[in-house]
Write a protein that binds this ligand. Structure first.
Ligand code: GLC
Length: 646
């Protein structure tokens, strides 16, 4: 989190400019009207462009008010997409991508809880002579509905914690030009705001989910469209321009004086792409979350026209272009710097961290459903399929550890030079950490945190493992295994507050070397083994998908009263999550929203399908490898396939 405003507004002098300019020019061109010589070296000084997204005078984004009644949502969800023929086959054919099963029942249940107005189902008159029959039928339907409502209301009293959470979530809503566009990260009155008063893309996802499940869709639609506008921002870090498809980590609505009249102000959206963030971390996960949310919005509202818009399609493609572009990479996993996701500080997760890979896989699957098929998108869809297939193989095969695999690693031979190497990444068995030997249960397993040449990060990272389940990056057996492990290691991973962000903490020399002696990430605090209640909704989604909601229910019961009593902290400290985090904010929005989303998902488990994916057998069949027919070498993937397909 950062104390400075973001670059577009602050217009601070970049160190690179200071250095270069001191040598080349009398004054930094970033603060001066450009002189001819400066224009040569700095053809377009980005710092002069303090362009911010201004409040549109006309509804340029056609952000039609979207608060819709339960019945209209039901109708929308069941209605086919407008141009069904043009929509990717995956969405039309996939069962996972169809209208939300049981959506009418679910919304009925949600809405009767008093969370929004109910519009009774209407039975149309079919013919005059049947009028009486219809009236009678309607009366019966209404009676049955009324009974059902009474039953549900009786069974489900909204707890005090939930009432408080809804109130707080509403308070966190940010408006732009009179429309809701997101929620601030925290509303702790006792702490300095820093940038917790901004709308973070990743933090908004549980808020969005809670609102969507409640039938309030306008805020989510606005958020998706406005953040899309920010994507094409001319962003710069020390005169370097990051890729076009980058989504900001966060944005803030600012009021600035109008040029003409100093008394009047206008609102502007001011994004932070990491250029103000501590450590200048790249928000790699933002675009992936945006895609995941876009699909969820379409599935729950049935409003597929949003994802089919040209600007939205372009937005998806820009994000994918960034992710799929060629580099020096040897693996199908995404290569990123440290701190490029929820863990946005140095924690030794540079390289190919699981969290990014799981979100990447999920975003690719979402995109495959949403990209409109035409001549211009065919090659992209092919690239997505190839990447999905290679990525799932790589993670399933090389990131998975359980008792059996660790025993194999323990007996690995090293320095194997050949295509047939067993120990492909040259992992030295001495790397197996002492804690793991006793910790790994007989039953279950998990995906390790990171894999690089000669390096396996054996820490358990919750978010990546949970999204591997939700997105079906994990095989069904692996997904079961992850939940088995969480159940088996409940005291370590859930303890007094669900859920540990990672396990175990880095301590002593490891903490000093890997975190760079970070005083915020001390052992069992914050990102270094702290407990984050916002992980609850992701745990709930994974449990529902695997048909084990009772696990999630148990976790929510632990959290419910505690969170409210403790004023909804951002995170908890200590190995069992007993204390409120040392530097934890209170009234953290994604803690509040994550709790509400978990509750709503548990009550309407069929709704989890707006996030989840089923196994796609075609992806497993596909292998773009040219070695399949090669007499010289064998495709290692094919050889290992039987192993992965369990
Ligand atoms: C912290 C978290 C990050 C979150 C932000 C806002 O920086 O590490 O994941 O998005 O706070 O809550």
């Amino acid at each position: 989190m950062n104390a400075t405003g973001s670059m577009g507004i602050a217009g601070t002098v970049r160190p690179c400019c200071r250095l270069l300019v001191a040598q080349l020019f009398p004054e930094c061109p970033c603060h001066q009207r450009r002189v001819a010589a400066a224009a040569f070296f700095f053809p377009r000084c980005p710092h002069d462009r303090r362009r911010v997204s201004k409040c549109p005078r006309a509804p340029a984004l056609s952000l039609a008010p979207q608060r819709r009644s339960a019945a209209s949502l039901v109708r929308a969800a069941l209605a086919p997409a407008r141009d069904e023929a043009a929509v990717s086959d995956t969405r039309r054919l996939s069962t996972a991508a169809g209208p939300v099963p049981g959506v009418d029942r679910a919304f009925e249940r949600i809405f009767v809880q008093g969370l929004a107005a109910v519009e009774p189902l209407v039975i149309e008159r079919v013919a005059e002579k049947e009028r009486m029959l219809v009236v009678e039928e309607k009366r019966n339907v209404e009676e049955v509905e009324e009974e059902q409502r009474a039953e549900v209301a009786k069974a489900r009293e909204v707890s005090e914690s939930e009432k408080e959470a809804w109130r707080l979530l509403k308070n966190a809503v940010v408006e732009y030009c009179g429309s809701p566009v997101g929620t601030v990260a925290a509303t702790d009155p006792a702490a300095e705001a820093l940038n917790y008063d901004q709308v973070f893309i990743r933090d908004f996802v549980p808020s969005a989910l809670a609102f969507l499940l409640k039938g309030e869709t306008e805020i989510v639609r606005n958020f998706l469209l406005y953040t899309l506008q920010l994507q094409s921002w001319e962003k710069t870090v020390d005169c370097y321009s990051p890729g076009q498809g980058l989504m900001p980590a966060s944005f803030k609505v600012r009021s600035v004086p109008l040029d003409v009249s100093k008394d009047e102000v206008e609102e502007m959206l001011d994004p932070d792409f990491g250029e103000s963030a501590i450590g200048r971390v790249a928000p790699v996960d933002s675009g992936l979350w945006w895609i995941i949310l876009l699909r969820a919005y379409g599935k729950i509202t049935g409003d597929y026209t949003l994802q089919e818009r040209v600007d939205v399609q372009t937005g998806i493609k820009l994000i994918l272009n960034l992710c799929l572009s060629d580099g020096f990479d040897m693996f199908p996993t995404l290569l990123v710097t440290d701190g490029s996701c929820m863990i946005d500080r140095r924690m030794g997760i540079h390289g190919h961290p699981l969290e990014i890979q799981a979100l990447f896989y999920c975003a690719l699957r979402c995109s495959r459903e949403m990209i409109v098929v035409n001549d211009g998108s065919k090659s992209l869809l092919r690239a997505i399929n190839n990447r999905l297939s290679a990525l799932s193989f790589h993670i399933r095969e090389y990131y998975w550890v359980d008792m059996k695999k660790i025993n194999e690693i323990y007996r690995y031979k090293t320095e194997e030079y050949s295509q047939d190497a067993i120990n492909k990444f040259n992992i030295y068995p001495e790397q197996i950490p002492g804690w793991l030997v006793d910790w790994v249960p007989e039953k279950g397993g998990y995906f390790i945190g990171n894999l690089q040449p000669a390096h396996m990060d054996f820490r358990f990272f919750s978010l990546g493992n949970l999204w591997a389940i939700v997105s079906s990056l994990a095989t069904p057996r692996q997904a079961e295994g992850i939940l088995d492990l969480i159940e088996e290691k409940w005291d370590d991973l859930v303890g007094n507050m669900p859920l540990k962000i990672c396990y175990p903490a880095l301590e002593y020399e490891e903490w000093r070397i890997i975190t760079g002696s970070d005083p915020k990430n001390t052992p069992w605090s914050y990102h270094n083994g702290g407990s984050w209640p916002t992980l609850l909704w992701q745990f709930t989604s994974a449990c529902i998908k695997m048909g084990r909601p009772e696990l999630a229910r148990k976790a929510i019961t632990i959290a419910e009263n505690q969170l409210s009593n403790d004023k909804w902290p951002e995170y908890y400290d200590t190995p069992t999550g007993r204390f409120i985090g040392k530097q934890s904010r209170l009234y953290q929005t994604w803690t509040i929203a994550g709790f509400l989303a978990s509750k709503l998902l548990l009550e309407n488990p069929e709704m989890a399908s707006i996030l989840t994916f089923e196994e796609d057998l075609e992806l497993l069949e596909g292998c773009a490898c040219s070695l399949i027919k090669s007499p010289r070498t064998q495709c290692s993937r094919r050889a290992a396939k039987s192993h992965v397909l369990h």
